[in-house]
Design a protein. Structure first.
Length: 155
């Protein structure tokens, strides 16, 4: 029981960090401070969530799935992170960095597909399907956005 409570607390804390990070990123971006937004988010990802962007972008799909499972990411966490990474890809495209943008888009698409997969539910072992699958229109729209960006830039 204590282990499950600890995991639930970690999941809640992760959600709070992601929410704050997204709010800060979009606030700075809306003020035209994209560089600051990216730097702050990259630093927060590394310090608060132990996610090194350069390492993350190189992870193959199999390791990416294990990466999220090891950190107790829920479907909502994946969705929030996918939104952020889609914005990162747009920033890279605007800077004409297609190779890096493509990698962001590929990782984002995989995260969204993980989220929609009925084979993977990010459940706690003590309670099967504790988090469940949270497929919604937002995820479908995000995947379409990712695919449109990949196609429109010949990637």
């Amino acid at each position: 029981m204590k282990r499950r409570d600890l995991i639930k607390d970690q999941i809640e804390q992760l959600g709070k960090v992601l929410t704050k990070m997204l709010d800060t990123f979009f606030s700075l971006k809306s003020k035209g401070q994209i560089g600051t937004a990216s730097e702050h988010t990259t630093q927060t990802l590394k310090e608060e969530l132990n996610i090194d962007i350069d390492v993350f972008l190189q992870l193959p799909e199999g390791e990416l799935q294990a990466f999220f499972e090891a950190r107790n990411f829920t479907n909502d966490h994946l969705n929030d992170l996918a939104k952020l990474f889609l914005e990162y890809a747009k920033v890279e495209l605007a800077a004409d960095k297609k190779t890096k943008a493509k990698r962001w888009l590929e990782q984002t698409k995989f995260m969204l597909q993980l989220n929609m997969s009925n084979e993977h539910s990010f459940s706690l072992s003590e309670e099967p399907n504790w988090q469940g699958i949270s497929f919604d229109h937002d995820q479908s729209a995000l995947i379409k956005d990712v695919e449109a960006l990949l196609n429109s830039h010949g990637m």
